[in-house]
Write a protein that binds this ligand. Structure first.
Ligand code: HEM
Length: 88
């Protein structure tokens, strides 16, 4: 899946921080986990800790081995804009 062309800024990511509108960034890619929420084996509250932001560290602390690109294949939105470089 390609996702959208425009990368997602951190400001936009931060706006999707609710249980009914939940985006997370993992390893530079942004996913809409709204519909995955009720299926997360770790529960809603745990997954909510990572929404609206870069959840890479949380994700890797708990289950770095989980195959999220496959699980969230249809939930892929696009790349997270790397503010540091300013070009992507
Ligand atoms: C458990 C998927 C994000 C916290 C799990 C499991 C899966 C999963 C498949 C079951 C692991 C097992 O079989 O033992 C995902 C996916 C995520 C995600 C696809 C993508 C967004 C997160 C985040 C957090 C989190 C951001 C925490 C901030 C947990 C916890 C468990 C868990 C606490 C329970 C671990 C255990 O019982 O040993 N998750 N997770 N997950 N997840 Fe996630």
């Amino acid at each position: 899946t390609g996702g959208r062309i425009e990368p997602v800024t951190r400001e936009e990511l931060a706006q999707h921080n609710r249980v009914d509108d939940a985006w997370v960034a993992i390893r530079g890619r942004v996913f809409n986990v709204t519909h995955y929420m009720d299926f997360h084996p770790g529960g809603v509250d745990e997954l909510m800790r990572g929404v609206g932001r870069d959840a890479t560290k949380l994700f890797e602390e708990i289950h770095a081995w989980v195959n999220y690109p496959q699980l969230l294949n249809k939930c892929y939105i696009g790349q997270l804009k790397d503010n540091a470089s300013g070009t992507s």
